[in-house]
Design a protein. Structure first.
Ligand code: SAH
Length: 210
């Protein structure tokens, strides 16, 4: 149920759904998604669907992870990337081999701890995790060539815009009832916003939950 054949079937599905970046598809084929969910759900890990990870949160749908990664990387390789909403750590694991340095923050302590042990077990050495409210970004490590959020704010937090490097790209869902995936690019002090497609993410919340 977690065999290479099952994973390849997921990759074929993503290809059919329009994912074109071969590096992204290759990494999805080799990333053990079953490692990021409870054992009781492992048999469903290679379905193209979001699954519960506890604390009312979900591991993102593989299509969504692939799509956001592809959009983030579309203008070329990225040096420093910030992820908001580590969750299970699955998106983190997919991004890690594709960027030079990856910083990821999660506001729920239990999820942060579990993700940290998975990232350590997989020896993803270019990843730094923090238990933190992503509303504030992670200023000391910025600016970032790429920012990706897996939770939907109603408005893009100003700190995230501020921490985007010149020429940087940010991909995130925006909205409450009707969310849209949005790509924001920065040129100097000028921000361009492109609406991509409808999306369904958990809400972007503030504060840390211990
Ligand atoms: N890509 C993750 C998605 C997890 S769901 C995965 O595949 O597992 C989104 C996560 O964002 C949740 O864990 C939620 O707790 C977190 N989140 C929501 N608002 C946040 C904020 N302001 N700062 C940090 N994390 C946040």
């Amino acid at each position: 149920m977690t065999s290479q054949r099952t994973r390849n079937r997921l990759v074929e599905r993503l290809r059919e759904a329009g994912i074109k970046n071969e590096d992204v598809l290759q990494i999805i084929a080799t990333t053990p998604r079953h490692f990021f969910v409870d054992e009781a759900l492992a048999h469903r890990a290679y379905e193209d669907t979001a699954l519960p990870i506890g604390n009312g949160q979900t591991i993102s749908q593989p299509y969504t992870v692939a799509r956001m990664t592809e959009v983030l990387l579309a203008a070329g390789p990225l040096n420093k990337v910030l992820e908001i909403g580590t969750g299970s750590g699955y998106q983190t694991a997919v991004l890690s081999p594709l960027v030079k340095r990856l910083y990821s923050v999660e506001r729920i302590e239990a999820l942060h701890n579990k993700a940290a042990s998975r990232i350590a077990a997989l020896k993803l050495r270019n990843v730094r995790l923090a238990l933190s409210d992503g509303t504030w970004g992670w200023q000391e490590k910025g600016p970032y060539d790429g920012i990706l959020a897996a939770a939907a704010p109603e408005q893009v937090p100003q700190s995230l815009l501020d921490q985007l490097a010149d020429g940087g790209r940010m991909v995130l869902p925006v909205g409450s009832e009707q969310q849209k995936l949005v790509l924001i690019t920065r040129r100097g002090e000028h921000f361009t916003r492109k609406t991509l497609e409808p999306a369904r993410f958990v809400p972007f919340l503030s504060g840390i939950q211990r």
